[in-house]
Design a binder for this molecule. Structure first.
Ligand code: PMP
Length: 397
């Protein structure tokens, strides 16, 4: 039976990571994988996480099953973090959440839930989007279609194209929108565009699914959630998938959450039973560690303040490098306009260079980025930024 299987193409990013690892060039630069790195090129454990883990070790008195919804304290915190402390939907018990194995787990649970609620639903994703969105939704049996989003020629959002496509989405379908720090383009909706999106969702009757994998990496914890909060003010139903991989640096602990907002608390109770049914049929219950660590941080004013500080450090470092890339390229005599880099948010930027230039950067200079020219800005630091700018300037000539 197994011998009949055909090999599955792996995500190109994994091949890129392997090639980077094997590269013997001491100047090599990894701009591929979407993981935060500090000035030393290290993905350190946050101090607030270390303290919260020590607390957990001290206080944990049982390893019994945690339940299908996971850690209820964590769920309450994550809802407030995303929707805001006193959001009307929270106060009216219209939101139900389950903590999940990562943001990926949240998306998969959301997809299975959508399939249950409307087996014929099509899910619309931004063109382009994180590649795993498409494979995951297809694996859950959903139809997947793309809507216009990024304009490669203007290096900005194609707003009119986007809303022309959304005007044709039928009621009953689901539209995925990135809350902030769009992966891969870094191009986010302005608040005015969120307002327009919310209005169209309400008029058309489609259900938004907000993917928030980078809260706090764009403009700040509150600012990054503004759009989705407005959406939640406007529509009756929506889904939200959050991840604590980036903003708490808990990547390998696999911690995220799916939150579903319904029109009223009665429907929400039914939604909850269906949501938990989905969880039960996939992995039964989530792993506890990451949720308890996050809950320990958010339970403590002191650890929360430390987290805010560490998160701001990560965010500011990335944003400083956005400007630095532009300055250094100009310093190398590059005349092309790269100002769009500071209009993008979060971990990623599309550099907008072509495949041949990307290949040259890899083969001649050991600078690794994916073929779309998406770079993970956190891979840059004081010891490689000059080398990076010089190399890019060389291939642009
Ligand atoms: N959504 C987007 C847009 C992402 O970029 C990622 C992480 N690359 C995720 C979801 C999933 O994150 P996690 O590692 O928590 O599964």
């Amino acid at each position: 039976m197994f011998a009949q299987l055909q090999p599955v193409a792996t995500d190109p990013i994994l091949g890129l990571m392997a090639a980077y690892k094997e590269d013997q060039n001491p100047n090599k630069v990894d701009l591929g994988v979407g993981v935060y790195k500090d000035e030393q090129g290290h993905t350190a454990v946050l101090k607030c996480v270390k303290e919260a883990e020590a607390l957990r070790l001290k206080n944990e008195d049982s390893k019994t099953y945690i339940g299908m919804a996971g850690d209820l304290g964590f769920n309450a915190h994550i809802e407030k973090l995303a929707f805001g402390h006193a959001h009307k939907a929270l106060l009216a018990n219209r939101i139900t959440s389950a903590h999940t194995p990562g943001g990926t787990g949240a998306l998969r649970v959301a997809a299975e839930f959508i399939k249950k609620a409307n087996p014929n639903a099509t899910i619309w994703v931004t063109k382009p989007t994180w590649a795993n969105h498409i494979s995951m939704f297809k694996a859950a049996g959903l139809n997947v279609k793309e809507y216009t989003y990024y304009d490669y020629s203007t290096k900005g959002l194609d707003e009119e194209g986007m809303f022309a496509d959304l005007a044709n989405v039928p009621a009953g379908d689901v539209v995925l929108v990135h809350a902030c720090c769009h992966n891969p383009s870094g191009m986010d909706l302005t608040f005015a565009q969120w307002q327009r999106f919310a209005q169209v969702a309400k008029e058309r009757g489609f259900t938004p699914l907000v993917d928030m994998a980078y809260q706090g990496f764009g403009a700040g914890l509150e600012e990054d959630a503004k759009g989705l909060r407005h959406l939640a003010d406007t529509v009756d139903e929506m889904l939200l998938c959050s991840s604590c991989s980036k903003n708490f640096g808990l990547y390998r602990e696999r911690i995220g959450a799916v939150s579903i907002m319904s029109a009223d608390s009665k429907v929400s109770d039914i939604v909850r039973s269906n949501l938990l049914g989905v969880v039960r049929s996939i992995y039964s219950m989530p792993p506890a560690h990451g949720a308890i660590v996050v809950a320990n941080i958010l339970d403590s004013a002191e650890l929360t303040a430390l987290w805010h500080q560490e998160l701001a450090e990560m965010r500011n470092r990335i944003n400083n490098y956005r400007q630095l890339i532009i300055d250094k390229l100009a310093g190398e005599g590059v005349t092309q306009d790269f100002s769009f880099i500071t209009r993008q948010h979060g971990m990623f930027s599309f550099l907008g260079i072509d495949k041949a230039q990307i290949a040259r950067l890899r083969s001649e200079f050991s600078i690794y980025m994916v073929d779309s020219s998406r770079v993970s800005i956190a891979g840059l630091n004081h010891s490689n930024i000059d080398y990076f700018a010089k190399s890019v300037a060389t291939v642009l000539k």
